[in-house]
Design a protein around this ligand. Structure first.
Ligand SMILES: Cc1cc2nc3c(=O)[nH]c(=O)nc-3n(C[C@H](O)[C@H](O)[C@H](O)COP(=O)(O)O)c2cc1C
Ligand SMILES: Nc1ncnc2c1ncn2[C@@H]1O[C@H](COP(=O)(O)OP(=O)(O)O)[C@@H](O)[C@H]1O
Length: 324
């Protein structure tokens, strides 16, 4: 079934429960994912809403023959943006739709389930980014051992060729996939020639003399260097938070629910701007403080504009860490 993104969907449901309880549990909330009916009301510049595709076999005709990007895209750093630029250029030339395949959960969540929260973004922040950039559909198959263990040729034939009827793939030079990570760009090129799709391989994108990677961004955030992390990302790091308006601590500060799968940056106070999902610009400036036990509190200049109901999801863009 293909799910048209809908603002009336369950935008607030993952954050039900009292913020006090969340704080006691170190603000760890169950990660929601695209398979739990997430509402992501994101419409790109073409005016078409991003479609969440759950089954390649029932893809609408107007989404077939797309230019498709493959990868995790955690954080959407400058390397990922290079893929996006290449996909947009190819889609323009061929008047093709743009699709993204990005498995959920992140492979590390499957292979190292006990690891500390490491993600830079949630499914919602990922969908927002792609929707804003005019991607037509996001395919996020559930990443389990059966999916991970597919033979690369089967994945290409059954999902990309028979399902999506893909016209072009866009990947980074080091993209690997399938059982024992046997699939690589050479295999994609070889099968592309036989099956009739093109392949764009994006060269390694460097920043500050080293390759851009989600891991580098994570390390910078854990050391509290938000400005360097933002510079590597090429945009402000954006975090999805849950807030319950009733949970005011003092002078307008509120404890916020941190998404259970998302990395916590170093303790400290950070200048932020806050948006509602699907809003065109920031609604308020503020400061988020992460204390030694990981509890996050948010102080905003203006709360009124972002209190649409008993609970809300906010997108918080981290700008800089305050001194001291
Ligand atoms: C389409 C597809 C995409 C994949 N993407 C990733 C990925 O981004 N990161 C990752 O660690 N594994 C990914 N995998 C899984 C690996 O290719 C590999 O199967 C996994 O690391 C397990 O390796 P093993 O078969 O040697 O145990 C993907 C698999 C498929 C079929
Ligand atoms: N620095 C980079 N330069 C070019 N392409 C990249 C870079 N980093 C990732 N990619 C490509 O972007 C896609 C998504 O990458 P992803 O799976 O999220 O890896 P990573 O976690 O290393 O960023 C893949 O096709 C990958 O090869």
């Amino acid at each position: 079934m293909n799910t048209m993104v809908d603002t009336r969907n369950t935008l607030f449901s993952p954050y039900r429960g009292r913020i006090g309880d969340l704080a006691q549990r170190h603000q760890s909330i169950a990660p929601r994912d695209l398979h739990q009916g997430m509402g992501v009301p994101f419409v790109g510049p073409c005016g078409r809403p991003l479609q969440l595709v759950t089954d390649a076999a029932t893809l609408p005709a107007d989404l077939q023959a797309s230019v498709m990007m493959l990868g995790s895209f955690d954080g959407f750093h400058r390397g990922h943006q290079a893929l996006m630029a290449a996909a947009q250029a190819a889609a323009l030339v061929g008047s093709s739709p743009i699709g993204v395949m990005s498995v959920e959960p992140h492979p590390r969540q499957l292979f190292a389930p006990q690891a500390k929260a490491f993600r830079l973004g949630t499914p919602a922040t990922k969908a927002e980014t792609f929707g804003r950039l005019g991607v037509d559909f996001l395919y996020s198959p559930r990443f389990d051992h059966a999916f991970a263990g597919q033979e690369p040729e089967d994945f290409i034939d059954e999902i990309l060729v028979d399902g999506f009827k893909v016209s072009r793939l866009v990947v980074g030079h080091n993209f690997r996939f399938g059982r024992q990570r046997r699939g690589d760009v050479d295999l994609l090129r070889r099968l592309g020639q036989q099956r009739g799709f093109a392949v764009t391989v994006v060269e390694d994108i460097h920043w500050d003399d080293a390759t851009c990677s989600s891991t580098r961004v994570r390390n910078l955030l854990m050391s509290g260097d938000i400005e360097a992390a933002n510079s590597l990302l090429g945009h402000a790091w954006s975090v999805e938070l849950g807030v319950e308006p009733a949970a005011v601590l003092r002078s307008g500060e509120k404890i916020v629910a941190w998404h259970g799968s998302v990395l916590k940056p170093a303790c400290g106070a950070y200048d932020v701007t806050v948006r509602l999902p699907n809003a065109s610009g920031p609604l308020s400036h503020g400061c988020i403080t992460i204390d030694a036990s990981g509890v996050a509190t948010l102080a905003l200049e203006c709360w009124r504009a972002i209190e649409p109901g008993p609970q809300a999801i906010l997108f918080v863009d981290f700008i800089r860490r305050r001194a001291g």
